[in-house]
Every structure is written in structure tokens, then in C-alpha cells.
Design a protein around this ligand. Structure first.
Ligand code: ADP
Ligand code: 5GP
Length: 182
């Protein structure tokens, strides 16, 4: 059975940045591509970052039982499909989900390793989200509001890593994956 590494953290903490760098550095590690109803951002690719689907398609997938878990996060729906878990073959899998997704996966796969990515300080989230420049003011507000609740859940994860410098964080995550595999 491939190992599951479940990664959560507030929006803007740097999850995508870090995981994108981590995957090519660790042999036998794949990223499980989720489905979302969120519009695609500049630079994102369908099938690589997410499977971007309409509300109707998402409804259909839910009805078909295609998801291991799905949740409404911020203003959209996101889900991990059974197919996304199979797509990695024998590779270990990195799964990026929100705190609700992590709860669901922990229940279904108790041996999953859960990791929470924290910002150096809460204020960094606003700086990073604003710096990313992909969400409107109200959307940034919504994400910061959600972040407060998410940060309170950090203690329920097996590991917590602070994303101060990207390279250091990637290094620490790589070490963690290698330690778990030993
Ligand atoms: P998430 O996937 O958690 O929402 P992103 O990976 O999109 O976050 O990162 C949000 C923004 O913060 C991006 O503009 C990214 O370049 C920047 N960023 C990521 N990690 C760091 C870091 N360690 N220090 C400063 N900025 C960072
Ligand atoms: P973003 O829109 O910034 O890419 O992601 C928003 C939030 O959705 C993040 O907290 C991210 O971890 C979460 N997310 C992404 N994919 C999934 C998924 O498949 N399931 C769940 N529950 N959350 C997800």
C-alpha cells in the first residue's frame, strides 16, 4: 500500500509552492490531483494542479460516489477522487486538503501521515495572499477568516512545519518523508 502524506495549511501559507518543488525531488512520490469548482488561476494547468470542473460535473461525481472526501472551502468545492489515489500507482501520495478533508482521510486511512504547514506569523498570510495577487479583496478576507479556524486545528496533525524560507521548508518536508519511509 502506498503511504499517504496529507498536507493542510491556511490559504497563502505556501503549500502549492512547496509541494511543487518537493515532488520532483523525491523519487516515488506523486501529487494526488483534486477536483475543484474554483476557476483556474493564471499559471495553473488542468490535470496538473486540479481537475477544474463545473458545479454540475462536481454534483455528478458526488452522486456517482467518485470521491473519497470532498468539502466546501472558502467559496468553492474541492474533492479527492478515488481515481486520484489510484493514479499514482505504487508511488506514495501527497494529498493537499483543508482541515475537513484531513479529518475525513484520517478516519478512512488511520495510518496516513498528516502535516500542517504554518506561517511564521499570521500577518504573513495577508502579505503572501496580497502578493500572490490572484484573489480580490473580499476573497482574501474570506481566506483570512477561514485561516483563523484552520490554525486552531494545527495541533491535531502528526507534524507541524513552519514555512519560513521555501528551500528550508522543502528540505524539512523531504526529510520527514524519508524518515517515515525508513
Ligand atoms: P497556498 O498554496 O498555501 O495557498 P501558495 O503556494 O500559492 O500558497 O503561496 C502564496 C504566495 O506566497 C505565493 O505568491 C508564493 O510565491 C508566496 N510564498 C510561498 N512560500 C513563501 C515563503 N516561504 N516566503 C515568502 N513567500 C512565500
Ligand atoms: P486553493 O483554492 O487555494 O487552491 O485551495 C483552497 C483550499 O482547498 C486549501 O485549503 C486546499 O488545501 C483545499 N483543498 C484542495 N484540494 C482539496 C481536496 O481535494 N479536498 C479538500 N477537502 N480540500 C482541498
Amino acid at each position: 500500500m502506498p503511504r499517504l502524506f496529507v498536507v493542510s495549511g491556511p490559504s497563502g501559507v505556501g503549500k502549492s509552492t512547496i509541494l511543487r518543488k518537493l515532488v520532483p525531488r523525491v523519487p516515488g512520490l506523486s501529487f494526488a490531483v483534486s477536483h475543484t469548482t474554483r476557476p483556474k488561476r493564471a499559471g495553473e494547468r488542468d490535470g496538473r494542479d486540479y481537475h477544474f470542473v463545473t458545479d454540475e460535473e462536481f454534483d455528478r461525481l458526488v452522486k456517482e460516489g467518485a470521491f473519497v472526501e470532498w468539502a466546501r472551502v472558502h467559496l468553492h468545492r474541492y474533492g479527492t477522487s478515488k481515481e486520484a489515489l489510484r493514479a499514482g500507482g505504487t508511488d506514495d501520495l501527497l494529498i493537499e486538503v483543508d482541515v475537513q478533508g484531513a479529518d475525513a482521510l484520517r478516519e478512512q486511512v488511520p495510518e496516513a501521515v498528516t502535516i500542517f504547514i504554518k506561517p511564521p506569523a499570521f500577518e504573513d498570510l495577508e502579505t503572501r495572499l496580497t502578493g500572490r495577487g490572484r484573489e480580490s479583496g473580499p476573497e482574501v478576507e474570506k481566506r483570512l477568516e477561514t485561516a483563523t479556524g484552520e490554525m486552531r486545528r494545527a495541533a491535531s496533525y502528526d507534524h507541524r512545519i513552519t514555512n519560513d524560507r521555501v528551500e528550508d521548508t522543502v528540505e524539512r518536508l523531504q526529510e520527514l518523508v524519508e524518515r517515515v519511509r525508513e
